[in-house]
Design a protein. Structure first.
Length: 40
């Protein structure tokens, strides 16, 4: 039972980290795209 809860907390932690990384990645891509567009 303890192993189940440990796995669950690891999955929740991984999900949060993944969401944060995706958000940072999207922001950097959008920022780079805006810089490219504004240079034209």
């Amino acid at each position: 039972m303890i192993q189940y809860y440990t796995t669950l907390s690891i999955l929740q932690f991984w999900y949060k980290v993944k969401r944060r990384c995706e958000r940072i990645f999207l922001f950097s891509v959008a920022e780079g795209w805006l810089i490219l567009v504004s240079q034209r």
